[in-house]
Design a protein around this ligand. Structure first.
Ligand code: HEM
Length: 271
């Protein structure tokens, strides 16, 4: 009754289209951010030194004389991404099948049509729902510990802090949700459509699958490297990485230096 009265009196609202545009815009930014994020996190594969350099660069350490970073820079980056994440999620729930009846209708349509893009949409809904929780945990930890990114601190968080199961689930969800999202944006707004729409859809789908595979592989490999570092570093949890290596490594290095010096000294005496 109420909706009928409002509808008959008012012009058709542009709000739904604006909300759709905002959802696409936040999705595009978050999707591209995730690709950059995964390459930055993936730098651990190239070694602790590389990851430490990337983490310090993200803290704008190049702006300071002694090379110390500014975690406040990471704090504002996380705050921006977290805000976009919440807005995107809020806009996303509009499309969720909230009632059992709606859910049943979608499932029946999927079985009847067996249309990959409809199935992809359903994967979006499920992965989006999971990321409400898993993504928020990660973002809150990053927001409240912006200075805790480094080869040892990250590895300790993943192993001794038991974050690896959450990262594994989040990794699969975000890589599926992100690449499917970017593919659907291309379909929705006609980007890269070329003359032959059917052919470009096929090409874009192939690129989507390859991007998913590539970023999942980088993510899983990075997680494995973190796990190995974290297991080795379990007795020194909380110790920060330094180019000179860990305290133990330094002692060992000093010892060997001492031994070498002693040996050289002895040689001299023998000489
Ligand atoms: C500016 C915001 C963000 C920052 C600064 C950030 C930072 C990091 C860092 C430093 C790691 C390495 C592990 C650690 O130190 O605990 C990591 C891992 C990860 N992050 Fe983020 N993150 C951000 C946003 C996100 C978002 C929005 C998502 C997804 C919704 C996400 C998903 C992941 C995943 C899946 C991993 C595990 C990577 C792997 O498997 O190797 N991150 N992030």
């Amino acid at each position: 009754m109420d909706s009928y009265i409002i509808e008959s009196n008012k012009k058709k609202s542009r709000m739904p289209a604006r909300l759709d545009f905002a959802q696409s815009a936040t999705g595009l930014i978050l999707g591209l951010f995730m690709w950059v994020h995964m390459m930055l996190v993936g730098s651990i594969i190239l070694g602790k030194g590389t990851f430490s350099f990337v983490a310090k660069t993200m803290e704008l350490a190049f702006l300071s004389k002694d090379g110390h970073g500014f975690p406040i820079a990471v704090f504002f980056a996380v705050l921006t991404i977290f805000t976009l994440f919440i807005i995107h999620a809020l806009l996303g729930v509009r499309k969720f099948p909230v009632s059992w009846k709606q859910h049943r209708i979608i499932r029946d349509q999927m079985q009847m049509m067996n249309h990959t893009d409809t199935n992809l949409w359903y994967i979006q809904v499920v992965t989006g729902f999971i990321m409400f929780f898993a993504g928020s945990v990660h973002l809150y930890i990053m927001l409240t510990n912006p200075g805790s990114i480094g080869p040892y601190m990250s590895a300790d968080r993943i192993v001794s802090g038991n974050m690896w199961p959450l990262y594994l689930i989040l990794l699969v969800c975000v890589e599926l949700h992100g690449t499917i999202g970017l593919y659907r944006l291309c379909m929705k707004w006609g980007w890269f459509s070329g003359k032959d729409a059917r052919k470009s859809r096929k090409t874009l789908k192939k690129m989507k699958n390859r991007a998913t595979l590539f970023f999942l592989s980088v993510g899983i490999l990075a997680l494995l490297v973190f796990v190995v570092i974290g297991i080795k570093h379990r007795d020194q949890v909380g110790e920060k990485y330094s180019k000179q290596g860990t305290a133990v490594e330094q002692v060992l290095a000093d010892d060997t230096d001492l031994d070498v010096k002693d040996a050289q000294g002895a040689d001299k005496t023998h000489e």
